[in-house]
Design a protein around this ligand. Structure first.
Ligand SMILES: *[C@@H]1O[C@H](CO)[C@@H](O)[C@H](O)[C@H]1NC(C)=O
Ligand SMILES: *[C@@H]1O[C@H](CO)[C@@H](O)[C@H](O)[C@H]1NC(C)=O
Ligand SMILES: *[C@@H]1O[C@H](CO)[C@@H](O)[C@H](O)[C@H]1NC(C)=O
Ligand SMILES: CC(=O)N[C@H]1CO[C@H](CO)[C@@H](O)[C@@H]1O
Length: 246
């Protein structure tokens, strides 16, 4: 018996095993939406910081955009390129600007078109309702006007059988418990005029990025293993508090 005839079966067997065990591609996540998703004024950077081991976590959101004008906007080519790659999940959060320009019925139609367009390009969409504005009627009652638009996002997700992250409901619940006064600590301009109740500073990215990460962990099984837990921060969101530095 030659050495080769002893080793050959192992070699062939080894090849077969490795062919069967072709590793699953690790997901890539792209973030699509308006300013409340950007790295500079939204939850995007905070969310990506809570992930580990994804092929990529890429923020393609553009300030001021709607479900209509995101198509053809500055990150659109890149969006299509990433959708064409294997295993790309796209979070889609519109509403803040759509609300200023179109009726809820129009939003429903336009968001549906948007989702069809990225699905045709190869993306796996995850719909997200809008981040709550931190406007209040009294200390523990937020004045929500995004609800009717987010209701359309929920309907579209149901009609198309796609996953949905309930960011509006979760952020409203959190700021209701936290209260108006404390909620102002998340304002984009908290160090100066402190009047921007829509956009987020770095404290806000960390908290609302974690909120989205926890929703993904709970609701998107394929991406869930790539979320790094932070039990202390998740508990603070649950309790309606902001953690104080030790
Ligand atoms: C891109 O979005 C901006 C809002 O930030 C809008 O004013 C502009 O018209 C959009 N551009 C295109 C090509 O749709
Ligand atoms: C989409 O929104 C635009 C306003 O931006 C509106 O003119 C148009 O009618 C909407 N499309 C549909 C199908 O409702
Ligand atoms: C959890 O988040 C808090 C608040 O951002 C941070 O101070 C802390 O270091 C984080 N803990 C871990 C384990 O990442
Ligand atoms: C709009 C925005 O926040 N874009 C960022 C998305 O993520 C990439 C990669 O991390 C950044 O380079 C962009 O600035």
């Amino acid at each position: 018996m030659t050495l080769l005839s002893i080793l050959l079966p192992f070699f062939v067997f080894g090849l077969e095993v490795s062919a069967v065990r072709k590793p699953k591609p690790r997901p890539r996540v792209i973030l699509l939406g308006d300013s409340t998703v950007t790295d500079t004024a939204g939850w995007g950077a905070g969310f990506c910081a809570d992930t580990k081991g994804l092929t990529d976590c890429i923020n393609l959101s553009v300030s001021g955009t709607t479900s209509v004008n995101f198509i053809g906007n500055i990150t659109w080519e890149e969006t299509l390129e990433h959708c064409a790659e294997e295993c790309t999940y796209a979070t889609v959060q519109f509403g803040h600007n759509d609300q200023k320009e179109m009726t809820t019925d129009q939003f429903h139609a336009n968001l549906t078109t948007f989702i069809h367009t990225i699905v045709d390009a190869g993306c796996k969409p995850i719909l997200v309702t809008s981040l709550a504005r931190r406007n209040f009627l009294d200390e523990h009652t937020p004045n929500d006007i995004l609800g009717p638009y987010s209701a359309e996002t929920i309907k579209v997700s149901e009609e198309l059988g796609l996953p949905l992250l309930p960011l509006l409901a979760d952020s409203l619940e959190y700021i209701s418990k936290l209260g108006a006064t404390e909620s102002m600590r998340f304002n984009w301009d908290s160090a100066t005029t402190n009047k921007d109740h829509t956009h987020l500073n770095s404290l806000g990215w960390a908290y609302f990025g974690r909120m989205v990460a926890d929703e993904v962990h709970e609701l998107i099984p394929e991406v869930s293993p790539f979320i790094v837990p932070n039990a202390t921060l998740s508990q603070a969101l649950e309790d309606g508090v902001i953690l104080e530095p030790e």
